[in-house]
Design a protein around this ligand. Structure first.
Ligand SMILES: [Zn+2]
Length: 195
């Protein structure tokens, strides 16, 4: 595959073992890491560091403490991924592949719920969609948490924007098993590939 990028959605501690721990999250992280190591990673002969042969972009839920999605503010969720807390950090196993310019933060506006990472912004203020276009990416692989919410919404927005989208089905974690299966079926029906 050419012009490929991997988008890692919300592989953050609050969704893995924190306030909103999801099902099979550790397994999804381990499988994502294995995928990266087997498929995309190469040792860079020039600096003996690890790099990926295609870009890896990280979507990160990143809320102010008074975010509208929190139960205290009348939202559906317990507080999670609050800016500056451990719960908002990307799992340490993935850090060798993370660069700050390719981190896209969402949910920063206290009044706005934002499941999709498509409009997430990097520190330079560019959105995920914009950066994928600038990189001339056509095929986007998606892994992360949770299938029913942020993975699905991100994948659907990418598809609507004209990218060819594949979800790595062993590299996603979910809130509940039934919702996970339904979301996978819905995505497949829309034209998102499950691989
Ligand atoms: Zn959130």
């Amino acid at each position: 595959m050419k012009n490929v990028a991997l988008v890692v959605v919300d592989m953050l501690y609050d969704f893995i073992d924190g306030s909103m721990a999801c099902q099979e999250a550790e397994k999804a992280v381990d499988n994502s890491l294995r995928y990266i190591e087997e498929v995309t990673a190469q040792t860079d002969p020039d600096d003996s560091g690890i790099r990926s042969i295609f870009p890896i972009l990280f979507v990160r839920d990143h809320h102010p403490a008074n975010h509208c999605s929190f139960q205290e503010q009348g939202g559906p969720w317990p507080p999670h991924c609050v800016q500056g807390t451990h719960g908002a950090d990307v799992h340490e196993k993935l850090l060798p592949y993370l660069t700050e310019d390719l981190c896209f933060y969402k949910g920063e506006n206290p009044a706005l719920e934002q499941y999709s990472g498509f409009e997430g912004k990097n520190p330079a203020g560019q959105s995920l969609g914009e950066v994928l276009e600038l990189m001339d990416i056509q095929n986007v692989l998606v892994c992360g948490i949770a299938t029913e919410y942020c993975v699905r919404n991100t994948a659907e927005d990418l598809l609507k924007a004209g990218f060819r989208v594949s979800v790595l089905k062993d590299c996603i974690s979910y809130v509940d098993a039934k919702g996970h299966e339904e979301a996978l079926a819905a995505m497949e029906a829309e034209g998102i590939r499950l691989i």
